[in-house]
Design a protein around this ligand. Structure first.
Ligand SMILES: [Zn+2]
Length: 182
């Protein structure tokens, strides 16, 4: 694949100077696959960017699923628990941690239901979608807003700017309906 880092990277990652020796970077084509990467002409450092990684979960509790209401839209659109996979963490570990932080709940029996690439404010990001079961804990208001357990029959609307949550919920509902049909 031929790609130019500058065309893909978000503003926050348009690096201009070498992080090792501070020389101005140059954009140079890779000899092998023609990708254009920020390269240091002084010390030879090359930036090999990687996709960001995100993980989201549909956590089931009986006939309900857990949704979060962002603080700026407490009475309207919801999102699923999840977030950015931290350095050194697996997507599974990420959703377990994020669900605890954002809702107070413990989840178990994780099953991956989808993965997809999106292009948002953090640049290209690979998302992992899971379903899981609530195994314990007490519902609390986390840093992303109040969480609630909503019956599947009256699911909350997912916020328009929460593309990841919407796509994971779609995959979950599609899977649920295809399972019940067989
Ligand atoms: Zn350098």
């Amino acid at each position: 694949m031929t790609s130019n880092y500058r065309d893909i990277a978000p503003d926050m990652a348009q690096y201009a100077f070498c992080p090792k020796c501070t020389a101005p970077l140059e954009d140079r084509a890779d000899d092998v696959n023609a990708c254009v990467r920020p390269t240091c002409p002084s010390c030879g450092w090359i930036y090999y960017p990687s996709n960001g990684m995100g993980a989201l979960v549909v956590a089931e509790s009986g006939n309900s699923i857990v949704v979060i209401y962002p603080p700026d839209a407490a009475d309207a659109d919801a999102a699923l628990p999840g977030g950015i996979v931290e350095y050194g963490e697996t997507p599974e570990q990420c959703v377990v941690r994020e669900t605890k932080e954002e809702t107070g709940l413990d989840i178990t029996d994780l099953e991956e239901i989808c993965r997809f690439l999106s292009h948002g404010p953090f640049g290209p990001m690979l998302h992992f979608g899971f379903r899981a079961r609530v195994a314990g804990g007490v519902l609390v208001e986390g840093d992303e807003g109040p969480a609630s357990s909503t019956p599947r029959s009256s699911l909350a609307t997912i916020a328009a700017d929460r593309e990841g949550s919407r796509r994971v919920l779609d995959a979950y509902l599609h899977k649920a309906s295809s399972c019940s049909a067989s």
